[in-house]
Write a protein that binds this ligand. Structure first.
Ligand code: URA
Length: 223
């Protein structure tokens, strides 16, 4: 059984942070991290995610949520983390917010099976709390590998958690949306999370303009 302190050290180690111990401390027993995902192909990556124990969310999840759609999609949509329904079904954005996301995609001539939809986290945080920094860090390699394999023409980050994690920023969505960003050479557009749009429908017009910007950037990248 891995103790919490050992797990903490393993997360820090995985994030490249040195762990200092007193000279007379016993050699730390380090949680074996899954080997690097950076060289995995799509089926291997899927399997690796399904059996992941990199963070404590593996203990409370029902299913991992790898993502859904076309592995060669032009559009990659990235949300926050699975909720209760997504955890139960193993698919992202299947609740009410997901239905609105589907409508947003239809409005720009896309669909759930033509784009790829993923999240910052592959496992549900209990009670839908925000992802912890260590959880997002432990999961990031999977998302990075998905991005490398999909090679999308445009990334749409929906909501604060996705945008802040991807862009390494503390800015609110209102300051990040409405303009192009760059993620390692891939154009990225930030927009409001569909769950927020359900609560604040007056913001839908801004989201529509973000989608139009993303469509323009995707077309430019494809030209
Ligand atoms: N919200 C998200 O950000 N992702 C999901 O998969 C579901 C709801």
């Amino acid at each position: 059984m891995v103790q919490p302190e050992q797990q903490r050290r393993a997360y820090l180690q995985a994030m490249g942070i040195d762990v200092w111990l007193p000279r007379d401390a016993e050699e730390p027993e380090v949680l074996p991290m899954a080997s690097s995902a950076a060289a995995l192909d799509w089926p291997e990556l899927r399997e690796c995610v399904a059996s992941c124990t990199r963070c404590e969310l593996s203990q409370s999840r029902t299913n991992t949520v790898f993502g859904v759609g076309d592995p060669h999609a032009d559009w990659l949509i990235i949300g926050e983390a699975p909720g209760a329904e997504e955890d139960r079904r193993g698919e992202p954005f299947v609740g009410r917010a997901g239905q609105l996301l589907d409508q947003m995609l239809l409005a720009i001539g896309q669909s759930r099976d033509r784009v790829f939809i993923a999240n910052i986290l592959k496992c549900r945080p209990p009670n839908n709390r925000d992802p912890k920094t260590a959880e997002a860090a432990a999961c990031r390699e999977y998302l990075d590998r998905q991005i490398a394999l999909i090679k999308p023409k445009i990334i749409l980050a929906v909501g604060k958690i996705a945008a802040q994690n991807l862009l390494g920023s503390d800015d609110p969505v209102g300051r990040m949306r409405g303009r192009p960003h760059d993620l390692d050479g891939i154009p990225l557009v930030v927009t409001y999370h569909p769950a927020y749009l359900l609560r604040s429908p007056s913001q839908k017009a801004k989201s529509w303009s973000d989608l139009c910007l993303a469509a323009r950037l995707a077309a430019e990248a494809a030209a």
